[in-house]
Design a protein around this ligand. Structure first.
Ligand code: NCD
Length: 322
């Protein structure tokens, strides 16, 4: 399964996105994650690899699985993990993002895991701090660890990403998950189709080398993987579709539409799911085909791999890598 040459290293200080990563770097992250999947299934899940290291989770947007899995990942590697959310931080008192970043930076963390509603905010912050920064989702831009965990889930089920036909369906416009997945899947040799109403897929997407469909039955034909996306109403400032009922009728994944895919096609969703909106409840719980729970499991392993790789990537004072 692994074809990463032994001398491949990840040479960047941060993980801000999938765009620009080489296939070898992606494989490096996936292979490292693989070893943590096994560790997470043992009764004793704790290692000392990151003992003495400090990780700060800085989330300016709500999150369940991403924040929890980064916390678990850090703890399972033996690091000290601090969680900060906007509701309890000085941001509420008017402090700017940069001042908060500089304050945390002064406490010498080793990794800052940051989620923010503005695209580009995490990169800006990464330019001001001394530690490694992991993008846990910035606006509708990128969510690299989600794409890595999706890739790991697919690779474990299918052996390889290359040659697969993957449909990403729903609210593409507002989805950082879609963007990171398009970069990753195309880099790894999969073919990507986007299926969405005209109002929820930017025209520029076709330039990313994907095929765009506005009809589920057409777009799902022959697909190996179906990734469903949530309607991200918190990012919508206009009416993009007539009603939820109509949206489900045309774009919700149900058994009827699923008949168009390959018979063993996998169903994925990054969560949180809106049952009866983008996905039929029974389809979501069809554990013969739905790998939604597996995605959550892979999320912890992938975040452990990211923390491992980034903390062993930082030059120390003498310029060596530690
Ligand atoms: C996604 C996100 O936050 O971008 N969720 C996640 O990280 N699991 C997708 C979403 O919110 O719909």
């Amino acid at each position: 399964m692994s074809d990463a040459p032994k001398d491949i290293r990840y040479s960047q200080r941060h993980l801000l996105g999938i765009e620009g990563l080489s296939p070898e770097e992606i494989v490096l992250f996936l292979d490292r994650s693989e070893s943590y999947v096994e560790q997470n299934r043992q009764a004793d899940k704790k290692k000392t690899l990151l003992r003495g290291r400090t990780i700060i989770n800085l989330f300016f947007e709500s999150s369940t699985r991403t924040r929890t899995s980064f916390e678990l990942a850090g703890k399972r590697l033996g690091a000290d993990v601090i969680n900060m959310s906007v509701s309890t931080s000085a941001i509420k008192k008017g402090e700017t993002l940069m001042d908060t970043a500089m304050t945390l930076n002064a406490m010498h963390p080793d990794v800052l895991v940051v989620r923010h509603s503005a695209s580009g905010a995490v990169k800006l912050l990464s330019e001001k701090v001394n530690c490694a920064v992991i993008n846990a989702g910035d606006g509708s831009h990128e969510h690299p660890t989600q794409a890595l965990l999706d890739a790991l889930t697919i690779r474990r089920r299918r052996g390889s990403l290359s040659g697969l036909l993957v449909a990403i369906c729903g609210d593409i416009t507002h989805s950082r998950v879609a963007r990171s997945n398009i970069y990753l899947l195309s880099t790894m040799g999969a073919r990507v189709r986007l299926i969405a109403p005209k109002t929820l897929v930017p025209a520029a997407m076709e330039r990313m080398g994907v095929e765009v469909f506005h009809d589920m039955n057409e777009g799902l034909k022959g697909c190996d993987i179906v990734m469903m996306l949530r309607l991200q109403s918190e990012r919508m400032h206009a009416n993009y579709f007539p009603s939820v009922r109509e949206y489900f009728h045309f774009f919700g994944l149900d058994y009827e539409k699923l008949e168009n895919t390959k018979p063993d096609a996998l169903i994925m969703h990054p969560g949180p799911m809106n049952r009866g909106v983008e996905i039929d409840s029974e389809v979501a719980d069809d554990f013969g085909r739905s790998v939604i729970r597996e995605q959550v499991e892979m999320g912890v392993a992938v975040r452990m791999a990211c923390l491992d790789i980034l903390t062993h990537n930082q030059p120390d004072e003498g310029g060596r890598n530690i």
